[in-house]
Ligand binder design. Structure first.
Ligand SMILES: [Zn+2]
Ligand SMILES: [Zn+2]
Length: 282
């Protein structure tokens, strides 16, 4: 039987942020697929279903041939209650990213949002974050050295001048490798660099479905980012519309626990801070 007195006490004492934006999504998934109504409409439907009002499409730059800005415009017309942002995820792919950077420069004015990512270390033929195979890149190497190398590449990405926000900032932990040195000491320089460049970082629930089973980035990095005044987006890195806003209730609790009461959204690369609505936790 439900204890009504307790329910009302819980409702008063526990609140949960209402998250409304997902700024890391892959309509094309893992190959080039031209944007069509059939491909995009399910994402708008999912956004409505999950209570989102602001989403950004951020397909990988190696699939830029599939992106069609006119198709995004038509999707916007059919779904006028949603804010739908044209974006892309630029990474450090040694083979494809040069073309990706050129494409971004060419279409900069049509893009609302560019994510910057590091998916490659020394190997040119395999992303280190492929699960489980990417873990072999860590074999026989010092974890601290790999972390240092990774964050150096993150700073290089931040320095391109082509990104608005860094994705999954501590992706290097994906397979569960932990450095000996304190993570704060490792990332401090990178966070200062991100702040100096006036960039955002994302809070990505994708880490919760990977071997490391932890939010990107981890708590210590979030703490430091808050102290330095770095703003956050909320993100799922969905590769299917069913994954949109995955684990957002759990992320909402995390934001509330950290006292984060606003997140940022982007329109034509312009960053806008939006307060999070508060709803009672039932
Ligand atoms: Zn990524
Ligand atoms: Zn992604």
């Amino acid at each position: 039987m439900v204890d009504r007195a307790n329910v009302s006490v819980n409702q008063l004492s526990t609140t949960n942020h209402q998250l409304f934006s997902d700024y890391h999504t892959h309509p094309q998934g893992h190959r080039v697929r031209r944007y069509t109504p059939e491909l995009l409409e399910p994402w708008a439907d999912s956004a409505r279903k999950f209570g989102l009002t602001d989403i950004a499409f951020t397909d990988h730059d190696r699939y830029h041939a599939g992106i069609d800005f006119d198709e995004i415009d038509r999707l916007r017309e059919r779904n006028s209650e949603l804010r739908i942002r044209a974006g892309i995820e630029l990474d450090n792919d040694p083979i494809h990213s040069a073309a990706g950077r050129k494409w971004i420069e060419k279409h900069w004015d049509k893009l609302d949002f560019v994510l910057g990512s590091v998916h490659f270390l020394d190997r040119t033929d395999q992303m280190f974050d492929s699960v489980p195979d990417g873990a072999t890149q860590f074999e026989g190497r010092e974890v601290d050295a790999i972390y240092a190398d990774y964050f150096h590449r993150v700073r290089e990405m931040a320095a391109t001048g082509l990104v608005d926000c860094l994705a999954h900032l501590d992706l290097i932990k994906i397979h569960g490798h932990r450095p000996v040195a304190e993570i704060g000491a490792i990332v401090n320089e990178t966070l200062d660099f991100i702040r100096a460049r006036n960039l955002a970082i994302e809070l990505s629930t994708a880490g919760w479905r990977k071997p490391v089973n932890e939010l990107y980035p981890g708590d210590r990095i979030i703490e430091l980012a808050i102290a330095k005044g770095i703003p956050f987006t909320t993100a799922s890195d969905a590769h299917s519309h069913a994954q949109l806003s995955e684990n957002f209730p759990r992320l909402a609790q995390k934001l509330a626990a950290f006292g984060i009461h606003q997140v940022c959204i982007f329109e034509k690369h312009q960053r806008i801070m939006r307060p999070l609505g508060i709803e009672p936790l039932l």
